[in-house]
Design a protein around this ligand. Structure first.
Ligand SMILES: NCc1[nH]cc(CCC(=O)O)c1CC(=O)O
Length: 309
């Protein structure tokens, strides 16, 4: 077996970009020889149903974890947004890296932004978080499912299936597709998903060599913000079938977490929104801030909004 460090990665263009980025940084910084091991996950194969209906986020990571478990790979690189809130026993999130643009992007060949859409126009997204925030401003819209990797989604837009689609700006920018962004949502209008735009690096928990090495690479402000965001989701049950947004921003040393929850089935019900601020310094205090936001959401009625599961 080779003594190289092996990164397990999905084979979408975005996943490969991210894995290559991690490879290049680890090589430049620590002189590691790194190879990629590409693999297909269930999340890549099942394209005809919303993720929230077929088992959620874990679908993109399970095969990669099996490769780590079997020693075929040492690291798995993920979009943090796709990483379940609780990893299975034996695995650890060893680093979170600096975010690309965390905002959601408006992509349309005709309409400059959401407000410019005619009544009853059709917007493509399969994300419940995006659906509820779109409908909160434009209850007249027709929202149609849209899955597949970024290139597939753009092609479906260009084929005329939708008047506009909403995608994470981070993915488009990383793939050099920033020119497709017609406008960016203000994060107060379309609050991003927990971890959106950040990279998460997963390892086997017992891999102390990589754990120590990767701990030196984490981007502290992103790490703290994302742990707080993920704690909001985890406290509420962490399910993909829950329309939840959670986004942390640092200003002058203070972290502000905005969170919004929509009803899990009645998607036009008013959103429950909360904001908390704090000055976390480590993972535990960041999580506590997110748990505080979740407690406020519950006080404001989240119990009735959550999926029955
Ligand atoms: N759910 C799929 C997914 N996972 C990560 C990204 C984009 C990159 C990121 O947010 O880090 C996307 C595409 C999208 O939401 O448009």
């Amino acid at each position: 077996m080779s003594s190289n460090t092996i990164i397990a990665t999905r084979e979408s263009r975005l996943a490969l970009w991210q894995a290559e980025h991690v490879r290049d940084v680890l090589t430049a910084r620590f002189g590691l020889a790194v190879e990629l091991l590409g693999m297909t996950t269930k999340g890549d194969q099942i394209l005809d149903r919303a993720l929230s209906k077929v088992g959620g986020k874990g679908l993109f990571v399970k095969e990669l974890e099996t490769a780590l478990e079997e020693g075929r790979a040492h690291l798995a690189v993920h979009s943090l947004k796709d990483v379940p809130m609780d990893l299975p026993p034996g695995f650890a999130l060893a680093a979170i890296w600096e975010r690309e643009d965390p905002r959601d992007a408006w992509v349309s060949n005709q309409y400059e932004n959401l407000d410019a859409l005619p009544q009853g126009a059709c917007v493509g997204t399969s994300s419940l978080r995006r659906v509820v925030q779109l409908l909160a401003r434009r209850p007249d819209l027709k929202i149609e499912p849209l899955r597949g990797n970024l290139d597939t989604r753009l092609r479906k837009l260009d084929e005329g299936g939708y008047d506009a689609i909403v995608l994470a700006a981070a993915g488009l920018k990383r793939l050099g597709l920033g020119a497709r962004i017609r406008s960016l949502f203000d994060t107060s209008v379309m609050i991003p998903a927990a971890g959106q735009g950040a990279l998460g690096i997963e390892i086997r928990e017992d891999d102390t060599r990589l754990k120590e090495l990767l701990a030196q690479t984490l981007h502290l402000p992103t790490f703290l913000a994302c742990h707080a965001e993920r704690a909001v989701s985890r406290s509420l049950g962490g399910s993909c079938s829950m329309p939840l947004a959670a986004f942390g921003q640092w200003n002058d040393g203070v972290l502000t977490i905005d969170a919004a929850l929509g009803h899990s089935t009645e998607l036009t019900r008013p959103l429950i929104k909360v904001r908390v601020t704090g000055t976390p310094t480590d993972e535990a205090s960041a999580r506590a801030l997110g748990e505080h936001a979740a407690a406020l959401l519950r006080e404001a009625g989240a119990g009735d909004y959550l999926p029955a599961c």
